[in-house]
Every structure is written in C-alpha cells, then in structure tokens.
Design a protein. Structure first.
Length: 313
C-alpha cells in the first residue's frame, strides 16, 4: 500500500486529501490549472433534487481570517449533473463524492435513489461514476420554519436512516458545528448505518454593512469558513473521533501540511480542503506533494503510525 493510501468505508483513496464541496465545483475549472488526478477525492458542488438558483444579493465576504458565504446551494439539480457533468468529473481520476442536500426527507431520499440507480448503471456498463454520497444535513428544514436538520439529532435521524435504506453507496454524513451536540449527532449517524462522518461545515456568522445599516447578506446570516475556525474544528474532530468507530473526515481552515497532520493526529482518516482553494489555486497539488515529503522526512511509513495519537486527558 502507498504511503498516503487511506480507506473510507469500502472506498480506497490514493491519499487523504479531498476537495470540499462548494469550493471546487465539479473539478473542471481547477483541472485547467493542475493535474487534479493527484487528489484523493473531490466532493462535488452540493446537489439537490431540483435545480436551485441560490440566494439573492451578496454571496461572499472576506473576513480577517477566512470567508463568509451565502451561496444558497446554487446547483443544476441531480438529473442535470448525472447527464451532463458526472462523466467529465469521473474522468479526472479522483474519487467522486456526491454532496446531497434537500429541503425535506422526501427530497433527500429521492435524490439518493437517483444517484444510486445511476451509479449501478455505470457499474454495469464499466463506466466509473459516483463512489460515495456525502449527506449534507446542514440544509434548512422548510417544514420546521427553516431550522437546519443538522442542529437537532432527533430531526436528523430519520434523514440518515431513510437515505441509508435507499442507497448501496458508502454514506458519509457532513455534520454542522451548530449542532446541539455534535458527538451525539455523530454517534447517531453511526448507529443508523453511516460509513463515515465529515466535519465541520461552516459556522453561522454575520457581517453588518454599517453604511446601509443592515446585514451584508439578504439571508441575514452566512457561513464562516477558513483559518479562523480551524482550532474549533480540530477540537470537534478529536471529540468525535474518540466517540465513534467509523472514519472521521476533518475539515475547517486547513491551509498547510502541518494542519493536515494535526487533523490526522486528532483522529481524522482524511481531510477536506475548502476555502484555501480560493487563496491558493493549486492548493491540492501542493498539499499532496508536501504531505508525502513531510512523512518521508519524519521516517513515517504509514499515516496509521500517527493517526489518533492524541488521546483524551
């Protein structure tokens, strides 16, 4: 096995560096800048059952140590992706991870069913397709006044269970840091059959336009990502990794090889790179190469030698 190989459920990755959903599109734009086949995986742009135009008004704001976004899951819809983007995305080489969102349980289930059926069809024809679903439970529940599914464990549980029941694909659940109890949420995902959890999604945050005397965003709040959240993300990954037996994929403010090593030592099986893709357009290539070089300099033969070595006090 290669120095950087890692496994998430039944899926073997060439390395633990995955591009985070919403920061890498479906990979085509970045493929013009470097050979993205060096990556372990790409979590595609968030998909919903029906196309979405996203939020109105300002969508991005830079912060002192990161970024605020209020994109609103703009995407072409699952069917369009399956018929127009997937083949080109799969041809890039890394593991294809479909990030699935929804406004209610029915949309999540139907979306997962469509993705699973397409994946089976491609397997039968010998074509490579989606290898894993990343279930985004940070979406607003329209039936409950807009509260995120991922905040309340009891609200999220039926979604995870229902999606698990309709798909044969490995299932990774993306957790929100805004959850009432993120450890309990992760344990629930494991109990309901998830193959992995990824964390953390963005923090609910705010920016005020003092000249217009209103929020900078039409939706009032936005999602905070980038280096500012890394220490909190690292703590949450460590707590979750201590409490579950399934792989944990860490993300949140990763900008360097040293950051990746911290997440691995905290117990992460792999990591996702998000905001850093906007500040360093060849981030994936640099991090994969740098990670291998760091391990060789340290005389480490496998990531397993350092994974999860930080125990609870």
């Amino acid at each position: 096995m290669s120095l950087l190989h890692c496994k998430i459920g039944s899926v073997l990755l060439n390395n633990p560096v995955i591009m985070a959903s919403g920061t890498f599109g479906f990979g085509q734009e970045y493929a013009r800048l470097y050979d993205v086949s060096v990556l372990g995986g790409i979590a595609g742009k968030g998909l919903t059952l029906h196309p979405r135009s996203g939020n109105s008004g300002c969508r991005l704001q830079e912060t002192a140590a990161g970024m605020l976004n209020s994109v609103g899951l703009e995407n072409p819809g699952i069917s369009h992706f399956l018929h127009h983007e997937l083949e080109q995305m799969a041809a890039l080489g890394p593991c294809v991870i479909a990030n699935l969102g929804g406004a209610n349980c029915e949309e999540y289930v139907e979306g997962a069913r469509l993705i699973g059926e397409d994946s089976k069809g491609r397997t039968l024809t010998g074509k490579r397709g989606i290898e894993m679903i990343e279930l985004n439970i940070s979406c607003p529940n329209v039936k409950e006044g807009g509260i995120q599914f991922g905040v309340d464990t009891e609200m999220a549980c039926p979604i995870v269970r229902a999606v698990r029941d309709v798909t044969h694909l490995p299932l990774m659940v993306k957790l929100s840091p805004n959850a009432q109890d993120i450890v309990r949420m992760a344990q629930m995902c494991e109990q309901e059959g998830a193959d992995a959890v990824s964390l953390i999604n963005t923090f609910s945050a705010m920016k005020i336009d003092i000249h217009r005397r209103r929020s900078a965003f039409d939706n009032l709040y936005a999602g905070l990502s980038g280096p500012a959240i890394k220490p909190i993300a690292l703590r949450m990954v460590h707590q979750v990794a201590q409490a579950v037996h399934i792989p944990v994929i860490g993300m949140g403010g990763i900008t360097s090889v040293e950051d990746i090593i911290e997440f691995i030592m905290a117990g992460a099986q792999a990591v996702q790179i998000g905001t850093h893709n906007f500040t360093h357009l060849r981030a994936g290539e640099a991090l994969v190469q740098g990670l291998e070089q760091w391990l060789r300099r340290q005389g480490i033969d496998s990531l397993e030698e350092i994974r999860g070595i930080i125990s609870c006090v």
